[in-house]
Design a protein around this ligand. Structure first.
Ligand code: NAD
Ligand code: UDP
Length: 311
């Protein structure tokens, strides 16, 4: 049994990760400031003797004796990370420094939840890990993109300078149960709108693409990456290479929910990336990982979840 710290453990991805780590026989400490996460996401875990939930902000130092750290604390939806951009930078950067400090003191392995946003609005397609990205450093997405890029820099430097055992996962758009109904991200927005027969809000023409991964596939990839040998510190893309336009996604969700919703077009937010698709060759080779859940199957599970949570 390992003692594992999951920051952002009450969030969407964090709650699934905590559940899986407990099922694998570990002791799990979830740490969260509940900015976008909620106790509800982990309520069923609270009865388990090897689960603890701590209210804490990662911009403040963290003390705990742990063997592994998954650093997920950071709002992920553009609506939420743009609400207080300075706080978003602090969460990524000071959070990384505090957790890396903890990893250094306790000799814990530490994994950073990075993002496909480090590639910005990419000029290389699909995106492989060697691509440096195309990020606007002063745009509305920069608090998140640059914060995550600095966090990667810190991870790489703590590995080389202080021998901390670091891992970096670059996560592509992920969806599933436990997303907040008002999260603002495209899958949850469209499903909630469709279930309520409200207008489906497509930003821009809807020709921009994303690659959508079901959360269980991501959790499997993160656990496999954490288990790699200590000197494997390179970033690894984890995502589903199935690429869809936002309009295609809207149409699929309308069909799967049998909804009467109409598609309406809203302005495209500034710096919204035009396309995104992971090259997952490295994950396949190094982790023997690839996504198993097809978009339609994952959407059905997510739709069922939202049916039970929204009225
Ligand atoms: P989420 O917003 O549901 O979860 C983030 C969690 O972190 C929340 O519970 C929130 O309350 C907590 N948090 C935020 N700031 C904090 C702080 N200062 N101190 C402590 N806790 C804090 O988002 P998610 O989708 O679960 O994303 C989890 C991680 O994965 C994030 O780091 C995100 O950047 C990364 N990621 C997610 C996606 C995706 O599509 N879901 C894609 C790329 C990267
Ligand atoms: N989007 C949309 N309607 C919505 C929410 C999002 O058309 O109600 C678009 C958004 O402009 C972007 C894509 O869907 O092109 C994915 O947005 P999301 O916020 O989920 O993630 P990200 O842009 O960070 O990939």
């Amino acid at each position: 049994m390992k003692r594992i710290l999951v920051t952002g453990g009450a969030g969407f991805v964090g709650s699934h990760l905590c559940k899986r780590l407990l099922e694998d026989g570990n002791e799990v400490i979830a740490l969260d400031n509940f900015f976008t996460g909620s106790k509800q996401n982990v309520i069923e875990l609270l009865q388990k003797p090897y689960f603890e939930l701590i209210r804490h902000d990662v911009t403040m130092p963290v003390f705990a004796e742990v063997e592994e750290i998954y650093n997920l604390a950071c709002p992920a939806s553009p609506v939420h990370y743009q609400y207080n951009p300075i706080k978003t930078v602090k969460t990524s950067v000071m959070g990384a420094i505090n957790l890396l400090g903890l990893a250094k003191r306790t000799n814990a392995k530490i994994l950073q939840a990075s993002t496909s946003e480090v590639y910005g609005d990419p000029k290389v397609h699909p995106q492989e890990e060697s691509y440096w990205g195309h990020v606007n450093p002063i745009g509305i997405r920069s608090c998140y993109d640059e914060g995550k890029r600095v966090a990667e820099t810190l991870f790489v430097n703590y590995a080389s300078q202080n021998n901390v055992r670091t891992k970096i996962v670059r996560i592509f758009n992920t969806y599933g149960p436990n997303m907040h109904p008002n999260d603002g991200r495209v899958v949850s927005n469209f499903i909630v709108q469709a279930l309520k027969n409200q207008d489906i809000t497509v930003y821009g023409t809807g020709s921009q693409t994303r690659s959508f991964q079901y959360v269980d596939d991501l959790v499997e990839g993160m656990i496999k990456l954490m288990a790699t040998e200590d000197d494997f510190t390179r970033p690894v893309n984890i995502g589903n290479p199935g690429e869809y336009s936002i309009l295609e996604l809207a149409e699929k969700i309308i069909k799967l929910t049998d909804s009467k919703s109409k598609i309406v077009y809203k302005p495209l937010p500034e710096d919204d990336p035009m396309q995104r698709c992971p090259d997952i060759s490295l994950a396949k080779e190094k982790l023997n990982w690839e996504p198993k859940i097809k978009l339609e199957e994952g959407l059905k599970k997510t739709i069922n979840y939202f049916k039970t949570t929204i009225s």
